[in-house]
Design a protein around this ligand. Structure first.
Ligand code: THU
Length: 157
């Protein structure tokens, strides 16, 4: 038997205004997308912006349904749009923002397990890691360097 450990490094910033200008633009776009969320049931609005290596940015927001499982998370709306409309294009960064009383303000925003699996599939489709920027409701911001770090032992290659 061998004892093993999983470790990963990430950055934590007190506010997203400490990000680079281009990353701040991505946050702005995610915030705009968040306002377009359709979340009448959870009242928890999530916005996602995806920066492609070409410079294009694709956004998504959570879209709920009265039949709850039929709704979809913001990350999956955005990533599936990228897969459907820009197959083969490399994803550089995924930025996620959210607001709502479902989560305490100081709770670090973190994508759900299902979205991590979808994020991992996107990462595994390309040769380079996808950077993930998570903006908290209290504005604290976490930068994770690759999706794999968020889903150790995830199902996939
Ligand atoms: N949600 C997301 O959009 N992304 C996540 O990673 C977690 C949860 C949405 C789903 C639902 O519309 C609402 O947030 C409350 O769970």
């Amino acid at each position: 038997m061998s004892k093993n450990q999983f470790q990963f490094s990430y950055e934590l910033l007190p506010h997203w205004n400490h990000l680079s200008e281009s990353d701040q633009t991505l946050v702005h776009q995610a915030l705009e997308a968040m306002e377009k969320a359709y979340a009448p049931y959870s009242k928890f609005k999530v916005g996602a912006s995806v920066l492609l290596a070409t410079g294009q940015v694709i956004c998504g927001s959570n879209q709920e349904n009265i039949a709850f499982p039929s709704g979809l998370c913001a990350e999956r709306v955005a990533l599936n749009y990228v897969g459907a409309n820009f197959p083969g294009l490399v994803i550089d960064t995924l930025c996620i923002v959210a607001k709502g009383e479902l989560m305490p303000n100081e709770q670090l925003l973190s994508p759900c397990g299902g979205c991590r699996q979808v994020m991992l599939e996107s990462e595994n489709r390309q040769d380079t890691p996808i950077r993930v920027i998570l903006v908290n409701q209290d504005q604290r911001t976490m930068i994770v360097h690759r999706v794999k770090d968020l889903l150790p032992f995830g199902f996939g290659k």
